[in-house]
Ligand binder design. Structure first.
Ligand code: NAD
Ligand code: DAU
Length: 343
């Protein structure tokens, strides 16, 4: 049976990949993309599908209750990506993170209830669980308590709590996924992988925060899309699933060295810069329940996913060059020499 799927934040990195993925695999469905086109939203990421009869783009803000209510009238499923998503920007300017990530989510939840949507799927992050010790074998699990430590992760934690509260209090049918660091096509070149690859292509150094020993889990964005699909089709109502791409640790410095190796550059391209304030040391995620319950696992290794990503950025300079130019003021504000103390 065909459905109408409302995707919020569909002009962003993961949202645009998800819309491509969904329309390819579910061509009978209609997708409505509600996006405010902030600095991170880019219609160019969707230009190949812009003319499809079952794709509708609405430029608008998720905090606009009237608009959101109107759009949700005929919607079966909501997949909620829209957010301010960059930790470094949340440190410089927290308030927009609270407005979009918390209030925006609450506005969507109210509209979903009012319009009796069949499923509200909330996209969240592993950052809500805080920071693990380096060199430990501990991983985030469904039992890990929330301990957000940046304005970004605190706002995402707030949104997660709201989604579950609407499920408990009003019976909203929801599912929630907390996933790790995504990388891949159409990522704004301010996050580590997009920035590193495009810096190399521009002949610039790759900035590494602090001592470079921080650890993240890396998930290829297409694999994230297939995990969301599994949860939407077969996930239990009211359930949370953790999504990750790796089983072992890799430090930032090692991941940057891998990128340089795949791009035929040596480690002299690395530049250590001032550390991020409150920089979470280590994330690791146990996604085995998603594998056992829904049969999901990543389709690529980190090296394979990275090669695809490098190839894409190499072939799509016209997509990322203007974005990089537009972010110069942020880069100047964010990046400081390693020796400079936190102000
Ligand atoms: P992104 O920053 O690339 O895109 C966000 C999109 O949301 C943009 O298109 C932007 O225009 C839109 N948007 C922002 N504020 C809006 C508002 N008020 N109203 C309507 N649209 C608005 O983000 P992303 O990396 O694609 O992340 C998508 C979601 O996944 C977010 O909820 C994020 O917290 C979560 N997440 C991301 C990652 C990651 O590694 N990128 C990992 C875990 C979870
Ligand atoms: O864990 C999921 C989260 O992953 C998402 O919820 C966020 O939306 C997403 O932005 C990402 O957050 P991170 O802060 O982990 O990603 P980022 O790419 O900014 O940084 C990854 C690691 O690399 C982190 O330890 C900081 C470091 N870093 C980052 C940048 C941009 C550098 O060393 N140099 C850099 O220039």
């Amino acid at each position: 049976m065909s459905q109408t799927v409302l995707v919020t934040g569909g002009a962003g990195f993961i949202g645009s990949n998800f819309i491509h993925y969904w329309l390819k695999n579910h061509p009978e469905d209609t997708v409505i993309n509600l996006d405010a086109l902030t600095y991170a939203g880019n219609p160019a990421s969707l230009q190949d599908i812009a003319g499809l009869p079952n794709y509708v783009f609405v430029e608008g803000n998720i905090t606009d209750g009237e608009l959101v209510n109107k759009i949700m009238d005929d919607v079966d499923v909501v997949v909620h990506f829209a957010a301010e998503s960059h930790v470094d920007r949340s440190i410089l300017e927290p308030s927009i993170f609270l407005t979009t990530n918390v209030i925006g989510t609450q506005v969507l939840l109210d509209a979903a209830l009012k319009n009796h949507v069949k499923r509200f799927h909330h996209i969240s992050t592993d950052e809500v669980f805080g920071s693990l010790e380096l060199n430990s074998s501990e991983k985030f699990t469904l039992k890990t308590p929330y301990d957000p430590r940046s304005p970004y992760s605190a706002s995402k934690a707030g949104s997660d709590h709201l989604v579950r509260a609407y499920g408990e209090t009003y019976g909203l049918p929801f599912t929630l996924t907390n996933c790790s660091n995504n990388y891949g096509e159409f990522q704004f070149p301010e996050k580590l992988f997009g920035l590193a690859i495009t810096n190399v292509l521009e002949g610039k150094k790759v900035p590494v925060y602090g001592d470079g020993l921080n650890v993240r889990d890396w998930l290829y964005v297409q694999d994230h899309c297939s995990a969301i699909e599994k949860v939407l089709l077969n996930g239990r109502e009211g359930a949370t699933y953790l999504v990750g791409g790796l089983v072992g640790d890799i430090s930032n410095i090692d991941v940057v060295k891998l990128i340089l190796k795949l791009m035929d550059r040596d480690d002299s391209q690395i530049e250590f810069v001032k550390d991020r304030a409150g920089h979470d040391r280590r994330y690791a995620i146990d996604w085995s329940h998603l594998n056992q319950e829904l049969g999901w696992s990543p389709s690529v290794t980190l090296e394979e996913g990275l090669q695809k990503t490098i190839d894409w950025y190499t072939q799509n300079e016209a997509w990322w060059r203007p974005l990089k130019a537009s972010a110069q003021a942020f880069f100047a504000q964010n990046y400081k020499p390693a020796t400079e103390a936190h102000s």
